[in-house]
Design a binder for this molecule. Structure first.
Ligand code: NAD
Length: 489
């Protein structure tokens, strides 16, 4: 499978516009790198402003001619269900492409497909359940609301979960009757292009989903400033989010929803199930190489159990094998790019100079090839809240351990960053768990677990972690607008 895919990728990959492969005539290509080998995996045609215009025109035509929003809801449901089925049938192919392109382990690459398919299956169910309400008002009036699709949506996604982040955006937008121009990250454009082909095979009308790989500063910028785009849905960094808001303000005031980063706390109290907490911290910090917006990057531990917990955690961490993502003996693959690798390394150096204590080994493991952006997971003890490794999102396998004495101190540290994405509390005291769930400023609170995700449960952040919620019925609000109709009776 892998060899066949690598052979297929020898041709530069086209964009997907108006239901067809599209090759721009400017000839500009993006080199897509395999981070596990540092070699060029393939080239992808780069969308410039011209191609973004073509894609938006196709999406506008498909929106206005009503082939999608006017299709019977049960027919739209069937298409979304077919997309889910096709994703699952192509799981090995999609997972292989994701691993080649992103560096995550093949287990993780294939593992991303099931929740992506589930998003389509979940939102398929909504196609027949999106409706307004009747409203009792004074006077002789009959008043009702219509839930209408917001229009042409620009969707801009990052490189850490290329297929899954696209699915979280495309599935609800389609369920609501919107049309889409999707811009994947220039580092990881391949599975978004695969998704486009799958939607075509499933029967999605031409122009409803267009995919334009390209640089953020070119294709992303053109999309965010386009006068005929009604909405931008974004997952990525705060820096880009600010540019998108500015672009909206300076163009047509398009709606913007934002899923941004995090510096999420995992709180462990002295009555907690320590093994459960260690398991959660390992998965929360090092899954997907720590390139996870909802990573548990701050471990807050009550002083009396810190030594015991850290002993268990470091011994688990030292056993993690880093290396070739296609070797199923390895637990962690390669970081996504040279730039990301260097960024994470610079934070490790910063942690040391700021006075935190690195308690895991940095030595190269035998499993780590000479080429590739491989890094062992790192744990810092004696981290203080003011340090940059306690405040800034690193987006790599680096865990900062902070100590607290009591509940009040734990809340203060937990809430002491500019982020508010997710959080977790490990305790057997059910009253404390619920008390803290209210106190913590985050969009998600997990009690005695980490990483609870389900297509039905809303996900998103507070503070500088974003605006709006993806997944669940909440995501329908991002892609619909209410029209209020008054009838004088
Ligand atoms: P990024 O902001 O650099 O890039 C994200 C996307 O934005 C890419 O497609 C990129 O090409 C595009 N982009 C860049 N500049 C642009 C511009 N000027 N105009 C329009 N688009 C532009 O982020 P990244 O480094 O790719 O991703 C990492 C960030 O994403 C982290 O901060 C992480 O926490 C966040 N993230 C959040 C979630 C979530 O659900 N909250 C999920 C995954 C990643």
């Amino acid at each position: 499978m892998r060899k066949a895919i690598e052979d297929e990728l020898k041709q530069p990959q086209p964009l997907f516009i108006d239901g067809k492969a599209y090759v721009p005539n400017h000839g500009e290509l993006i080199d897509v790198v395999n981070p596990a080998t540092e070699s060029i995996l393939c080239q992808v045609h780069a969308a410039t402003e011209n191609e973004v215009n073509l894609a938006v025109q196709a999406a506008r035509r498909a929106f206005e001619d009503s082939t999608w929003k006017g299709m019977n809801p049960s027919a739209r449901e069937k298409i979304l269900l077919r997309i889910a089925d096709l994703l699952e049938q192509n799981a090995e192919r999609l997972g292989t492409i994701e691993t080649l392109n992103n560096g995550k382990t093949i287990r993780e690459g294939i593992g991303d497909v099931e929740p992506s398919a589930d998003a389509f299956r979940y939102y398929a169910g909504w196609t027949r359940k999106i409706y307004g309400e009747t409203i009792p008002v004074d006077g002789g009036n009959f008043v009702y609301t219509l839930k209408e699709p917001v229009g042409v949506c620009g969707q801009i996604v990052p490189w850490n979960y290329p297929l899954l982040m696209a699915a979280w955006k495309v599935a609800p937008a389609l369920a609501c009757g919107c049309t889409i121009v999707l811009k994947p990250s220039e580092w990881t454009p391949l599975t978004a292009l695969e998704l486009a082909k799958i939607t075509k095979e499933a029967g999605l009308p031409d122009g409803v989903l267009n995919v334009v790989p390209g640089y953020g500063s070119v294709a992303g910028e053109a999309l965010s400033r386009h006068m005929d785009v009604d909405k931008i849905a974004f997952t990525g960094s705060i820096r880009t989010a600010r540019l998108l808001l500015k672009a909206s303000a300076e163009s047509n005031l398009k709606k913007v929803s934002l899923e941004l980063g995090g510096k999420s706390p995992l709180l462990v109290f002295d009555d907690a199930d320590i093994d459960g907490a260690v398991q959660a911290a390992m998965a929360g910090s090092f899954a997907n190489k720590g390139e996870v917006c909802s990573a548990s990057t701050r471990l807050l531990v009550q002083s009396s159990i810190k030594d015991k917990l850290l002993d268990k955690l470091t011994s688990r961490c030292e056993q993690m094998k880093v290396g070739d993502p296609f070797d199923t003996n390895n637990h962690m693959g390669a970081l996504v790019s040279k730039a990301q690798y260097e960024k994470v390394r610079s934070y490790i150096e910063k942690g040391k100079t700021e006075g935190a204590r690195l308690i895991t080994s940095e030595a190269k493991q035998n499993s780590m090839p000479d080429k590739g952006y491989y890094l062992r997971p790192a744990i810092f003890d004696e981290v203080k809240s003011h340090m940059s490794i306690a405040q800034e999102e690193i987006f790599g396998p680096v865990l900062s351990v902070l100590e607290f004495a009591d509940e009040a101190a734990a809340i203060q540290i937990a809430n002491g960053t500019s982020y508010g994405l997710v959080s977790a509390i490990f305790t057997k005291d059910i009253s404390r768990a619920h008390r803290l769930a209210k106190e913590i400023k985050a969009g998600v609170v997990w009690i005695n677990r980490w990483n609870g995700f389900d297509s039905a449960a809303p996900f998103g952040g507070n503070k500088q972690s974003g605006w709006g919620r993806e997944l669940g019925k909440n995501a329908l609000d991002l892609y619909t607008t209410d029209k209020c109709v008054w009838v004088n009776i």
